[in-house]
Design a protein around this ligand. Sequence first.
Ligand code: ATP
Ligand code: MG
Length: 258
Amino acid sequence: MEKRKNKKIIIKVSDLSKSFNDNIVLKNINFKLFEGESLAIIGASGSGKSVLLKNIIGILEPDKGSIQINDTEMVNLPRNLKEKILLDLGITFQHGALFDSLKNWENIIFKIANKKKMNNKQGKKLAFSIIKKLGLQPEILDLYPSEISGGMQKRVAIARAICGNPKILLFDEPTSGLDPVTGSLIDQLIKTAVRTVGGSAITITHDMASVFRIADKVMLIDNKTISWSGTPKDMFNSTNAKIQEFIKPINSEFLLND
Ligand SMILES: Nc1ncnc2c1ncn2[C@@H]1O[C@H](COP(=O)(O)OP(=O)(O)OP(=O)(O)O)[C@@H](O)[C@H]1O
Ligand SMILES: [Mg+2]
């Protein structure tokens, strides 16, 4: 903890609670994301990981608490100001959310197309420079999202998120449903994005291989709150039953390799 003393806080979530009618999903969530840090959020299905992310980006409003991004309070911030801040974030959703009516390359450069006037050739060139790192072929650029596979759509969404090198990245299950090779390409990209632009990332994942590849810090959401946090390595020494469940398959894998 000590060595992070001088690091800038990029996202600060304080006492955040969120319910849907009488379903209490999150209760008193507190955490900070520091500059240059890659944070993984793990937790069982339905534990509230996506709800937390949606609160951070303002798709959902918390019932209580505060969310600060670069010192700006996001809760109750007028929509136009919120959108301005979100433009500087690279976000992917758990379930796609590409624009169906735009071609893949147009999806990818969408955020920066308004800022930088580019012709089609320049736009496609930029889009290709990103997708080639994700193992996608240039042929998909001129297709629409509906014309490519789910795994390809996922990668186009990631390309869209990182286009323009945003300093804050928020990914919800970026590798789920992808083959291990593609998954590790995406992990590499997240890591590079954090390291090279001095960015910070929050990645929601249930993929433990990803956690070990990308995360400096891990947070477990359980029983509506953050019930454990530490480094990926700390997980191996944890007595927390849920953490042990998460690393059990990895330990078994080591045993099989013995
Ligand atoms: N818009 C909504 N309206 C009502 N309930 C919701 C809404 N969004 C999420 N929930 C509820 O919040 C709880 C947490 O959902 P969430 O999507 O955050 O889980 P998760 O941890 O992301 O799970 P998974 O790993 O399956 O993606 C669930 O009980 C879900 O039904
Ligand atoms: Mg989810």
